[in-house]
Ligand binder design. Structure first.
Ligand SMILES: Nc1ncnc2c1ncn2[C@@H]1O[C@H](COP(=O)(O)OP(=O)(O)OP(=O)(O)O)[C@@H](O)[C@H]1O
Length: 362
């Protein structure tokens, strides 16, 4: 069990910068998700921790050991990839045993460990089968078992669930989270799926274009996004944004359409002097009321029942926002409504830098 520390990591491929001065600490026994869109550098970062890539500059530490120059085999990391690449000509047993055979571990020890880890992952009845005789979910468990059998200090996972169908993903993700905690193993998990990151991780590092934009608990990145990008990447549907101007203690969206500056922002708005802002709020953090009253005025554009609740899409000037409403409430296309945002959950961003006002000074 170790902590992982990345210091000023830069990784270039030719003159393309895939990682741009990344600093990150993964604590002992922590489950860290690396979350970002395709091409943002998540896998590159994971492979840098694994030792598959050597950084162009910067250092990698496991606890206080500088491992930057160590090859993967000397780092004691367990790797699970998206395509699990089991050895097709080997049984499940041998697939799991293989890393220990490479280490020339005694036969009895191998047997004990393979059976132990197979049991933990509920594949102990499948040890005599070949990979082609397994379902996707079972193959994926074998790949995880193979990564765990050598008792790695750090478990590194690169989109390990993306080949599974939606239901199985939900099931395995709950199991994986439990297993990580049971084993008390430090884990770094690459995903572009925000729901997966929120559901599984102790902390999430949000990455865009080779830079870490924010590191925080799921609650922090969800409710206190540092950048518009983070708010817009997390949540389904993601955060809503409306352009507004600061005038006389109000946020003016358009003539006759304004809301007061929320309490928590009054001092900050004054201090930063920002005039052009983006109002951010999540679809669950507002209510829709029929007719025109105090709040953000818009027109119903569409509505989609989802069983227990419905998503109401509302046009406000030239923008579109989405708000959840209870099931059964009836809306008409084009009818005027008022959006009542929960003031304390509203987030204000500087329109120019797209950074939340409370982080502007950083
Ligand atoms: N070996 C390489 N040579 C050149 N460019 C590379 C190499 N590996 C990665 N890149 C580039 O670095 C950037 C980051 O790639 P990376 O695979 O880390 O992204 P990612 O966030 O994991 O994306 P995805 O979710 O699509 O796998 C991409 O633009 C990619 O094209």
């Amino acid at each position: 069990m170790v902590s992982v520390r990345l210091e000023n990591i830069v990784k270039r491929f030719g003159n393309f910068t895939a990682l741009d001065n990344v600093n990150l600490e993964v604590k002992d026994r922590e489950f860290m998700a690396l979350l970002g869109p395709s091409g943002s550098g998540k896998s590159t970062l994971l492979y840098t921790i694994a030792g598959i890539y050597k950084p162009t500059s910067g250092r990698v530490y496991f606890d206080d050991r500088d491992v930057t120059e160590l090859p993967p085999k000397d780092r004691n990391v367990g790797l699970v990839f998206q395509n699990w690449a089991l050895y097709p000509h080997m049984t499940v047993y041998r697939n799991i045993a293989f890393p220990l055979e490479l280490r020339k571990a005694p036969r009895e020890e191998i047997d004990k460990k393979v059976k132990e880890v197979a049991k933990m992952l509920h594949i102990d009845k499948l040890l005599d089968r070949y990979p082609w005789q397994l379902s996707g979910g079972q193959q994926q468990r074998v790949a995880i078992a193979r990564a765990l059998v050598k008792e790695p200090d750090v478990l590194l996972l690169d989109e390990p669930l993306s080949n599974l169908d939606a239901l199985l993903r939900l099931e395995v993700r709950a199991e994986l989270k439990r297993l990580q905690k049971e084993l008390g193993i430090t884990a770094v998990y690459v995903t572009h799926d925000q729901a997966e990151a929120l559901a599984m991780a102790d902390r999430i590092a949000v990455i865009r274009e080779g830079k870490i934009l924010q590191v925080g608990t799921p609650d922090e990145v969800y409710y206190k996004p540092k950048y518009k990008f983070v708010g817009g990447f997390l949540g389904n549907p993601p955060m809503n944004f409306l352009e507004a101007r600061v005038e006389d203690g109000k946020l003016v969206i358009s003539e006759g359409n304004s809301i007061p500056i929320p309490k928590q922002y009054r001092g900050i708005v004054e201090k930063t002097g920002v005039k052009e802002v983006l109002i951010g709020f999540r679809p669950h953090d507002a209510e829709v009321e029929k007719g025109v009253s105090q709040g953000i005025i818009g027109e119903v554009y569409s509505f989609e029942p989802l069983g227990r609740e419905q998503i109401v899409t509302i046009s406000v000037n030239d923008s579109i926002v989405k708000v959840f409403a209870p099931e059964g409430e009836h809306f008409n296309f084009g009818e005027k409504v008022t959006i009542k945002v929960k003031e304390e959950l509203l987030v204000l961003f500087d329109k120019k830098t797209e950074k939340a006002l409370e982080f502007l000074a950083e």
